[in-house]
Each structure stands twice: as structure tokens, then as C-alpha cells.
Design a protein around this ligand. Structure first.
Ligand code: ZN
Length: 408
């Protein structure tokens, strides 16, 4: 009995410890698509109850309000993306809430909170800047932003202004009135803060020992693909792939790449492939060519920074393609052949059965690594596919197999 207790304690301690490291950061996510609307929501989970509750309440409210309104419009979209900065002293979270509908009415706003770890209080901008620097700061803002409409707001910044984001280098302020929003960025060298923002980013070595899989053009092949990650479940999926000695393709979101740097590295190291699934899951086919380009290119750069290579494949969000997307990129655009709807409220067994019903040589299977049930599903699926004689390959290897077959 004593041993069990001790073991349990050690386990809890271990979970606590690993909970602090960067690679184990958690995110919350909702991605839904039906006939009338598309929803993509991402938010950080800090493991500080007070913050998480506040963020999740806000998300829930926004989601419910959108659901109520969505019925009046066709083809409406809700997209919530975030930035999250934390160090020993504070947590700063900004949510950007974007909505659009078929009339092309686009709205975007940003809401931020900053939580001080020691005092367990939310901070205002005023709390971050020394009293003696305050007037200087206000004058700097006025120099940068001379729009008359915002003069009054700038003057009242000292009150309870909390709409700002932080990074290692910048402080950014978001101000809005009834007509527009303005964003002002300051280098932290310009504006000294009371609270120290330390540079703590570690750069890892380039990937050296990548696992290489042998492909066999005489055997039937299947490409398993995972969308909407990386998430806290991606590592579990990678473990299963490793154990089964197979590979897959992960269509990742650019805004999660930095947070899940270790996972991204593991995908490549384990011989699997990374594809591009946009920066923050906006409905790509409804954006301008310019915006689509930015969604794709930002993601390409993020991935290249970590893996050293640009992805080759793009999977457009919600599986929707148009000429603007085709014109915006040279990447190969890849959809899927089998959609088992693993994101729906169904058992892993059902997901597996839906795949097995349609399985055939050369097919691409759509899965999602942001659902716990998908982990179980692929655990069941891979042995069954092996039994049927399939090899599971990346999209690049699938192309290679087709080339080899043509040569023979
Ligand atoms: Zn998606």
C-alpha cells in the first residue's frame, strides 16, 4: 500500500514538473463545419484556474452568441486565434475574434488579459510602466497615432486599459472605437517596463538522424493524414506510429508551430511528413489572394525555422478550394479520399469501420490529431490495415510509389 502511495506521489510530481515545460503546453480547440457555418477556435490552457476560467467563459459566450446569430445568415464564419506570452511574473493572452458572412461583412477585434502570478491579479497597462515614464509614453503614442478620433482614448489609457499584448521584443496596444481598431507596436527598448521580459527562447539543433522508411511499389499503400494539430495528442499518435513502424502526414496550423516546437521536430525525425493547413484555420477560399498568401507563407516560414525545410503540400481549411487559392501558392493542394468523421461524436471503432469500408490502394485518409478518440482509433486501425497487406506512407512516398510503378 505504501509503495503504491509513493508511486502515485512520484507520478503526480512528475506530471506537475512536465506540466511546466514548453512542449507540454496545452491548447483548447473547437473546429466545426456544417451547412451554414464554419467555426475554428483556438485558445491556450495555462493550468492557472483563474485565467483558464476567464478565457473559457469568454470563448463559450462568443461561441453561443455566434450560434444564435448564425441561423440568420448563410455561410458565416467564426475564427478565434490567440497570442500567449508568459514568464515567471506574468501571463499575457490576447484573443482575436474574427467573423465574416456571405455578404462579406468582416469584423475583427482583439481582447487581452494580463495576469500577475505573484499577486494573482489582472494587470492594466499602467501597472507595467513606471510612473516617471508615463507621460513620455503617452506622448510617444500620440506621435505615432495622430488620428483625432483616438485622442480621447489615448488620454484615458491610464484608467483601466488592458488591451495590450507582449512578446520578448514588443508591446502592442489595441484600441477601438465604433468605426475602427488601431494597433500600435513599441519596441521594448523604447518603452522600459517595470516587469522584466527575459529572452528565454532556446534554439534546438537541426535535425540530423531522420528515420527513413523503405517503400514497396508492389504492395498496396495508404496515406494517413492528420489535420488541425499539433496538439497535446500528437505525441501519442507519433508513439503509435513509431511502435508500428509506419509514417503519416501532419497538416499543421502555423500559429501552433512555436508552441509545439518539440512535436514538430519529432514528426520530422520519426520519418513522417509535415504539410501546411494555413496559419489559424480561416476559411481560405473566402479570403483575398493576398490574405491567402499570408496564411500560407507565414506557416511555411514557421515550419522551415524549426525543421529546415518547407512543406510541399497544402490542405485548404474546410476542404474548400478555388482559383484564388490556386493562384496564391505553388504548393501541391491535397484533399482526401476517405473521411471517417473522427471529429464527430462517435466511437473509435466506428471511425475504424468507416475507413475499412472504403479502403483501397492509393487512398488518402483524413483524420484529426486534435481529438483524443483519434488516438485510440489509429491504435486499432493500423494493425487491421497491416493484416490486409497495406503499407502506410507519407504523401511524398505515395507519389514516389506511383512514379516507381509507372517505371516498371
Ligand atoms: Zn482543418
Amino acid at each position: 500500500m505504501i509503495t503504491i502511495k509513493k508511486y502515485l506521489l512520484i507520478t503526480i510530481f512528475f506530471i506537475f514538473l512536465t506540466g511546466c515545460t514548453k512542449s507540454n503546453e496545452k491548447i483548447g480547440m473547437i473546429i466545426e463545419k456544417n451547412k451554414t457555418s464554419a467555426i475554428s477556435i483556438h485558445y491556450p490552457i495555462t493550468n492557472i484556474k483563474k485565467i483558464d476560467q476567464k478565457v473559457q467563459n469568454y470563448i463559450q459566450q462568443t461561441y453561443q452568441n455566434f450560434k444564435k446569430e448564425e441561423k440568420q445568415y448563410l455561410q458565416s464564419e467564426l475564427n478565434i486565434d490567440y497570442t500567449y506570452f508568459s514568464n515567471q511574473e506574468l501571463h499575457n493572452i490576447c484573443l482575436t475574434i474574427y467573423t465574416s458572412n456571405y455578404k462579406d461583412l468582416k469584423k475583427e477585434k482583439t481582447e487581452c488579459i494580463t495576469y500577475h502570478t505573484k499577486t494573482k491579479k489582472y494587470l492594466y497597462l499602467k501597472d507595467l510602466i513606471e510612473q516617471k515614464d508615463w507621460m513620455n509614453f503617452i506622448n510617444t503614442i500620440k506621435r505615432k497615432q495622430n488620428n483625432q478620433d483616438f485622442q480621447q482614448q489615448i488620454d484615458s489609457l491610464s484608467e483601466k486599459f488592458s488591451n495590450f499584448s507582449l512578446t520578448n521584443e514588443n508591446l502592442t496596444i489595441f484600441m477601438k472605437n465604433s468605426e475602427k481598431t488601431i494597433t500600435l507596436s513599441f519596441n521594448l527598448k523604447e518603452i522600459p517596463l517595470k516587469i522584466e521580459i527575459k529572452e528565454n527562447k532556446k534554439k534546438e539543433e537541426a535535425i540530423s538522424q531522420q528515420v527513413d522508411f523503405l517503400i514497396d511499389p508492389t504492395k498496396p499503400a495508404i496515406a494517413l493524414t492528420f489535420d488541425d494539430g499539433p496538439t497535446q495528442y500528437t505525441q501519442e499518435i507519433l508513439e503509435i506510429l513509431k511502435k508500428e513502424n509506419v509514417s503519416a502526414t501532419f497538416f499543421v496550423l502555423g500559429n501552433k508551430v512555436d508552441m509545439f516546437e518539440d512535436t514538430i521536430q519529432k514528426i520530422v525525425k520519426s520519418g513522417s511528413e509535415i504539410g501546411n493547413h494555413s496559419y489559424n484555420h480561416k476559411w481560405l477560399s473566402r479570403l483575398s489572394t493576398e490574405e491567402i498568401k499570408s496564411q500560407i507563407d507565414k506557416t511555411q516560414e514557421k515550419i522551415k525555422n524549426i525543421t529546415g525545410i518547407y512543406p510541399r503540400y497544402l490542405r485548404p481549411t474546410y476542404g474548400s478550394i478555388n482559383n484564388r487559392i490556386r493562384n496564391a501558392t505553388d504548393l501541391n493542394i491535397v484533399l482526401w479520399d476517405i473521411d471517417p468523421k473522427d471529429w464527430k461524436n462517435q466511437s473509435p471503432e466506428k471511425t475504424v469501420q468507416r475507413i475499412l469500408d472504403k479502403i483501397d490502394d492509393g487512398k488518402i485518409v483524413l483524420l484529426h490529431d486534435n481529438h483524443k478518440k483519434t488516438v485510440k482509433a489509429i491504435q486499432l486501425l493500423i494493425p487491421k490495415l497491416k493484416e490486409k497487406g497495406y503499407q502506410m506512407v507519407t504523401l511524398s512516398d505515395m507519389e514516389e510509389i506511383q512514379i516507381l510503378r509507372k517505371m516498371n
